[in-house]
Ligand binder design. Structure first.
Ligand SMILES: [Zn+2]
Length: 122
């Protein structure tokens, strides 16, 4: 009886991810408390489509970012070889190599995680 109640309640108050920002929100909330996107009145199909769009956009932005990181890394490397080993430009080049490398790795990992997540979710 109690279990059934909990199940019913769970069904009535499903926690979903906001299709716009990914924040956990009740599907009975009229709008997302974080970004204000409309939640109420969305059916499952529309929610799934919006979630797919959001993942696609995020993936696109991550791909762009990893390309920028790669450019930063290569530019840093280029200046590292071109510049004499002193002065702030030289250290800026080393910094660019480090930041570009880490930024690139972080983006690759995030893309991998995003792919794994969408495989489980859909
Ligand atoms: Zn939101």
């Amino acid at each position: 009886m109690l279990l059934q109640l909990a199940f019913t309640k769970g069904e009535f108050m499903a926690i979903i991810s906001c299709p716009a920002c990914g924040q956990k929100v009740s599907d009975k909330a009229p709008e997302c408390p974080k970004c204000g996107a409309a939640i109420a009145g969305l059916d499952k199909e529309k929610l799934a489509a919006m979630e797919r769009d959001r993942r696609l956009n995020l993936n696109q932005s991550l791909v762009t970012q990893s390309m920028l990181a790669m450019v930063l890394f290569l530019a840093g490397f280029f200046f590292y070889w071109q510049l004499p080993p002193h002065g702030w430009q030289y250290y800026a080049a080393i910094l660019a190599i480090g930041v570009g490398f880490i930024w690139y790795l972080v983006n690759r990992v995030r893309i991998l995680m995003l792919k794994r997540k969408s495989k489980h979710g859909l």
